[in-house]
Design a protein around this ligand. Structure first.
Ligand code: OAD
Length: 255
């Protein structure tokens, strides 16, 4: 067995022995679907766009049209993206484990499209919209998607915004609470495709580790999560996660 194969076999062993697994995903899991990450050099969104202008409430107040057009561009990009083998493998893994909670920082719905149920979205989703002032939900029309500026809320007339978490904003409290409780209670924390730089999601692997869980990190690059991980599966999630799911399924057949 080479190093990766051996690491996958060890990871599969941990999965087989676990009664509760939490998986935390970031932008990297969708990279092989053609969805850009945020911090990868050259290709990451934050290397090409200004986070202050596009992903803060102050940026939206200053120039709602600019923010609107950027999110409508991303929504269009997502419309053309399909789940990859990594998303599919996570849906398979859920069926092979006892309790399996999928927590994502991603605003796409590629996990759901791949068949994962009950996905906890810590940063909201790009398919939901709400009034920036009164928070009333808003259903986008095709014309609004193509417009240069956000529609007005039907109730109060203020601009509508994507229902995603911007920098400086609180995460949905229920989702954070559920994710932290699950991290404290799990036997295995599988972390996939995140730089581990954005609080509070970045703390979940640490919470799990401190509570005694094994941490497995899947990422082509080492980072803050791989340094605390018990197993670092270095490579692309679209390749490594299917191999992991096969190894876990194989152990079930053989035991
Ligand atoms: P980042 O862009 O910070 O990190 C993406 C990670 O994915 C990096 O560690 C890459 O090495 C890794 N990666 C790239 N290709 C991969 C592949 N094929 N398989 C596996 N991993 C791969 O994205 P996040 O960590 O998700 O927040 O960023 C966290 C948050 O910062 C996002 O949710 C977003 C952003 O600003 C908000 O919008 C609130």
């Amino acid at each position: 067995m080479d190093g990766v194969e051996e690491a996958i076999a060890r990871a599969a062993q941990l999965f087989s022995a676990a009664s509760a697994v939490v998986c935390l995903t970031g932008a990297g899991v969708s990279a092989e679907s053609g969805v850009p990450t945020f911090r990868d050099a050259q290709t990451g969104l934050w290397s090409r766009f200004d986070v202050e202008e596009l992903a803060t409430p102050q940026g939206f107040e200053r120039d709602p049209g600019l923010v609107w057009r950027w999110y409508m561009w991303r929504l269009q990009q997502l419309g053309a993206a399909a789940p990859n083998h990594g998303h599919a493998a996570l849906a398979d893994l859920a069926g092979l484990c006892g309790d399996f909670l999928l927590v994502t920082q991603n605003v796409d719905d590629l996990h759901e499209q791949a068949g994962s149920a009950d996905v906890l979205h810590l940063h909201g989703t790009l398919s939901n919209y709400r009034c920036a002032a009164c928070a009333a939900p808003h259903q986008l029309t095709i014309e609004e998607r193509r417009a240069d500026s956000p529609p007005a809320c039907g109730l109060c007339g203020e601009p509508v915004r994507p229902d995603v978490v911007w920098f400086g904003e609180n995460l949905p409290w229920d989702a954070v609470e559920e994710a932290v409780a699950a991290a404290q209670d799990c036997d295995v924390m599988l972390v996939v495709g995140t730089s581990g730089l954005v609080y509070p999601a970045s703390q979940l692997p640490l919470v799990a580790k401190q509570a005694g869980a094994a941490v497995i990190d899947v990422n082509p690059e080492p980072g803050p999560i791989s340094t605390i991980a018990d197993i670092f599966l270095q490579g692309r999630s679209g390749e490594l996660l299917p191999a992991l799911a096969r190894a876990v399924a194989g152990r079930r057949v053989n035991h």
